[in-house]
Design a protein around this ligand. Structure first.
Ligand code: M6R
Length: 622
């Protein structure tokens, strides 16, 4: 996944492009580049390997490039290693040239996504005399646009449409044509892109935060659509070249939501935003003490008729599905199965026609989750998307949408989106249980009240975060960490382990506590940290036994349990307590210390918490 930005207007483009890219660095950060045009002069390109900071220094914060029209890119490498030559923008000419050199090529472009048939297209272009200077699929698609532009009527719209029909894969493309000064052309399929307009200025970007300093007026460009951007104006076209009417949307959240606000890292800021995110998500569907699922397309009749639920997602979103499975089956007694989207989409899943497929995604752009959603729709199964980003591809394509109200999440490691996805799962489970007569109205009201206590209980855990920091500082050299638990605690272990791996690069495993002795326990050595999560009273003693088994093999034990279970101190070397809650909802509390552990371990190892190596915030390629 990569970030793209474009600007055309009266102001200087380069500083705006660099500012926009700085808000998109979470999408990729192995190289960056910009191309800027001054009137009808040829564009100038500057690119560099590494973080955006280097590009910014190279261009004197953009001041070294004059021009009011430009495009920029921050890359997460797919085809071709991270290098200056592979970084974007790419050109239709045969040689990239040097920084600040004038580009005489007809087409210059940046791209987010993957062109699957790029090898075949490259072969075709080679036959037509094109040569290639990079290993990227992007260079191929830019040259294909050039080929069609020259072959037909020198019309950008026609050349892009022909290219769109010819390529397979996903793309958000942002192009400048030498013969069309003051214009940017864009096209998209399955990769996000938004267009912003203000007085005399037009912006394009992969995500809203990139342009929020300049405008709140945003257009969503649809799949297989193109647009022509000029100063203060945008026109949309379909593949046939017909103009499409669109209405703009006003972005309600403000630029500060996407800033660090005094926190050292976005991740810590977002950890602290969880109480509000949870509260907002509850408020969105709870009215007068009752959960209203009608607004997300689930009437009582439908809830009664649903035969089974299949939940599909990736990464942390998948982990929230595992929690929901436990809660939904326990409360509503409806069969729930949970699938990893990249597996689901290719294994020909058997789905009941009266079933419901729920896809869960923070970004709403994860390629595998989107493909899973499309597969379910093709099979004629009703779909519901639990999504955070308004107007994202998954939100637009699902039959119904439950928006989590986490606000913009910038850190690559998800925290507040995870917490709101849990809340979405609980609300569905409680309402399904009530409508299907599995719980009475008194228990129903009690559960809703209990959900409303979660925000302040999270606050309470956060008040004691320094204790976790102190413990984690001693683990900075840990090589392997094991998370064990049963039931919902196991589901939380999956998330705790992922948080640790992705930002602190410490190997960890999440294990269903009872499964450990079927192989994995042989990895426990003197001093190996084993974290037992024990919030389910019916399973407490069993997990304690599994922890003791680890201790007997040299394991160093941390216990994470609810206040009151003080006897854990007889077994564990270090304990963390969380407030009591209905045990169905314990994941919302037990995950907080585990998020903090991942965060502090990353900090104590001196790593880049918000932008861990090799990762990107949303995975728009498979
Ligand atoms: O945007 P999505 O929720 O679809 O993303 C799914 C995963 O890529 C994501 O949860 C990932 O695992 C997180 N970075 C983990 O912190």
């Amino acid at each position: 996944m990569c970030g793209i930005v474009g600007f055309v207007g009266k102001k200087q483009a380069a500083p705006i492009l660099l500012d926009g890219l700085s808000k998109l660095e979470y999408r990729g950060y192995d190289s960056a580049g910009i191309a800027v045009r001054n009137g009808d002069e040829p564009a100038k390109i500057v690119k560099s390997k590494g973080r955006l900071k280097i590009l910014s220094e190279k261009t004197d914060s953009g001041n070294a490039l004059i021009g009011t029209c430009g495009i920029g890119h921050t890359r997460w490498a797919t085809h071709g290693e991270p290098s200056t030559v592979n970084s974007h923008p790419h050109i239709s000419g045969n040689c990239m040239g040097t920084d600040f050199g004038e580009v005489e090529s007809e087409v210059i472009g940046v791209h987010n996504g993957i062109i699957e048939n790029f090898k075949e297209l490259k072969g075709k272009l080679l036959k037509h005399g094109y040569t290639f200077y990079s290993q990227t699929d992007t260079e191929v698609v830019i040259k294909l646009v050039d080929y069609y532009y020259k072959k037909y009527t020198h019309d950008p719209q026609e050349a892009i449409a022909k290219t769109m029909v010819r390529v397979r894969g996903s793309y958000a493309l942002c192009l400048m044509f030498k013969s069309c000064p003051g214009e940017i052309w864009v096209a998209r399929k399955d990769s996000p892109m938004i267009i912003g307009i203000s007085e005399g200025e037009t912006y394009v970007a992969s995500d809203v935060p990139a342009i929020l300093n300049y405008t709140r007026n945003v257009y969503y460009i649809g799949n297989l659509e193109m647009a022509r951007l000029t100063a203060g104006k945008v026109s949309f076209f379909n593949l046939d070249g017909d103009e499409i009417d669109k209405k703009s949307t006003e972005i309600k959240w403000n630029a500060e939501s996407a800033e660090k606000n005094g926190y050292e890292h976005f991740m810590m800021k977002e950890i602290h935003e969880q109480p509000k995110a949870v509260q907002d998500t509850l408020n969105s569907l709870v009215k007068d003490g009752k959960i209203d699922l009608d607004s997300i397309g689930l009437s009582d009749e439908e809830i009664k008729s649903i035969s089974q639920i299949c939940m599909v997602a990736c990464g942390s979103a998948y982990h929230t599905c595992v929690v929901t499975q436990y809660v939904m089956e326990s409360m509503a007694k409806i069969p729930v199965r949970v699938e990893i989207a990249s597996e689901f989409r290719y294994r020909g899943p058997v789905l009941d026609k009266n079933g419901l497929v729920i896809v869960v995604s923070q970004s709403g752009e994860t390629a595998d989750t989107l493909a899973a959603l499309r597969l379910a729709k093709e099979k004629g199964i009703k779909t519901l998307a639990i999504v955070n980003v308004v107007g994202s591809s998954i939100a637009r394509e699902a039959d119904n949408v439950f928006y989590t109200l986490a606000g913009p999440e910038i850190a690559v490691a998800t925290t507040k989106a995870y917490s709101t996805q849990l809340i979405a799962g609980y609300l569905l489970a409680v309402q399904f249980a009530f409508v299907r007569n599995e719980i009475d109205s008194e228990y129903y009201a009690g559960l809703i009240n209990e959900l409303y206590t979660i925000p302040q209980k999270i606050e309470k855990i956060l008040e004691d975060k320094e204790r976790i920091q102190w413990f984690v500082a001693k683990q900075a050299n840990a090589k392997d960490v094991f998370f064990i638990g049963r039931g919902i605690d196991y589901a939380v272990c999956l998330e705790g382990s992922l948080k640790m791996k992705e930002i602190s690069y410490v190997h960890s495993e999440a294990y269903a506590a009872g499964e450990l002795k079927h192989g994995t326990i042989s990895l426990i050595e003197e001093g190996t940290l084993v974290i037992g999560v024990l919030t389910q009273s019916g399973l407490y003693e069993k997990t304690v036994s599994n922890m003791v088994e680890c201790k007997s093999r040299g394991g160093y034990l941390m216990g994470l349990t609810s206040y009151g279970h003080y006897e854990i101190e007889d077994t564990a070397d270090f304990t963390v307590y969380i407030p009591k809650t209905d045990e169905h909802f314990s994941a919302s509390l037990s995950v907080i210390p585990l998020q903090l552990m991942g965060y502090y371990l990353s900090v104590s190892r001196g790593l880049d918490v918000d932008k861990p190596r090799n990762l990107a915030k949303s995975v728009t390629v498979e």
